[in-house]
Design a protein around this ligand. Structure first.
Ligand code: TRP
Length: 378
């Protein structure tokens, strides 16, 4: 757990906050001991998702080794998971867009654990039944993204209970004090919290348990790095003798109003866009709530221009919705010079989001017939 002065910045897998709403990513890289993604690596990702090319994924562990292994023709895989605490929104898609992009570019298998147990333990008001329901609901959204059914394995902790046998073997190797320090466990937390890290370590090593020793990469938000560190230590133990998994770390995607992390806990759902939102809801939310880097008056905007760096609509286009680098550059330049108005920029985003969601919602219906092709059974 990284804690600077009270109320400054706290980043753990279960809590991300900072007094001024800003996250100091350089400090996290230093404190966590990860490595910034360099140009050499980014160049090799030139055909991948913008998230990997435009600085949202900014840090890693051993991803250079993963790329090398692939270049040498060795097996590599991707593993990233979903904690199903609610319906999915755009921010939740970040690691899965990346996993999908790596699957397309490198032809590798993708493993997706669904930690319904995690969310059941850590969310006071989430019942067992509800966590199962969200798991099933979220799995449809994941399948709808277009993963290769022959190379993608989804498994849910409460259903694919085989995972327990791995988690138990890992749990025996982790002391309570290690878990407490790494995850900021508090005396009032139920003991599910202290066991769960063994479960997530089992997720991260699962590709190797399932397919034999090889290098996996875990695309995740930087807040999940404590799990990566723990799992890398476990992998090397003689009982397991596995490869230390690599990681790719993302910055947080801002909520519509510009807060540090897109999270439903700080709003009534107006601050973020759900995958199930209607076109009208998307339009209203973006128009009403998307933080604008535009000027107060039309006159001033035309004269001085807007600030794309703080404008949430521009940031969403950059991170998620405008793949074409030259089109993005033009939007950037037009906005900065004042040619493009805030309302017009919002319209560009609204159209992109709605085109994506229309397709997604259709594919989600189709996904209902494909569940058995993706989901692992005991
Ligand atoms: N803990 C993650 C979250 O809350 C979800 C998750 C479960 C995960 N298993 C994982 C992420 C394995 C990466 C790797 O978002």
């Amino acid at each position: 757990m990284i804690m600077t002065k009270e109320k400054e910045m706290s980043v753990t897998p279960w809590e991300v906050s900072s007094g001024d709403g800003k996250i100091d990513y350089e400090k996290l890289v230093k404190d966590f001991g990860t490595t910034l993604l360099n140009e050499k690596i980014v160049k090799k990702l030139s055909k991948c998702h913008p998230l990997l090319r435009r600085g949202i994924y900014f840090s890693h562990r051993d991803f250079d080794k993963w790329l090398d292994a692939h270049e040498k023709g060795k097996k590599v895989s991707v593993i990233t998971g979903r904690g199903p605490s609610e319906k999915m929104h755009l921010g939740h898609l970040v690691p899965f867009f990346v996993a999908l992009s790596l699957q397309k570019e490198f032809g590798c298998e993708v493993f997706i654990p669904i930690s319904d147990d995690e969310k059941f333990f850590v969310k006071d008001n989430l019942s067992y039944e509800k966590s199962l329901e969200y798991a099933r609901d979220n799995i449809l959204d994941l399948i709808a993204l277009g993963f290769d059914e022959k190379k993608t394995f989804i498994f849910e902790d409460f259903v694919y209970t085989n995972i327990y046998t791995y988690a138990a073997r890992i749990a025996k190797k982790i002391t309570y004090s290690t878990a407490k320090a790494a995850f900021g466990l508090k005396p009032e937390n139920n003991i599910g919290w202290s066991f769960y890290p063994a479960m997530q370590a089992a997720h991260i090593l699962f590709p190797q348990f399932y397919r034999g020793k090889h290098l996996s990469v875990v695309p995740v938000g930087i807040d999940q790095d404590p799990f990566i560190r723990l799992t890398r230590d476990v992998a090397e133990m003689k009982e397991f003798n596995l490869d230390k998994p690599a990681a790719l770390h993302a910055k947080f995607i801002p909520s519509l109003s510009g807060g540090a992390k897109m999270s439903s806990s700080d709003s009534l759902g107006n601050n973020l866009i759900y995958l199930s939102d209607s076109a009208k809801e998307v339009e209203t939310k973006i128009k009403k709530y998307a933080f604008s880097g535009g000027r107060d008056t039309l006159e001033e905007h035309r004269k001085k221009g807007g600030n794309p760096d703080v404008d949430v609509s521009f940031q969403y286009l950059k991170m998620l919705f405008e793949n074409d680098d030259s089109k993005l550059q033009k939007i950037h330049d037009d906005y900065k010079s004042g040619r493009l108005l805030s309302g017009e920029l919002k319209m560009i985003l609204i159209e992109k989001v709605n085109a994506f969601l229309k397709e997604h919602q259709k594919k989600r219906e189709e996904a209902k017939k494909k569940i058995d092709k993706f989901v692992l059974k005991n």
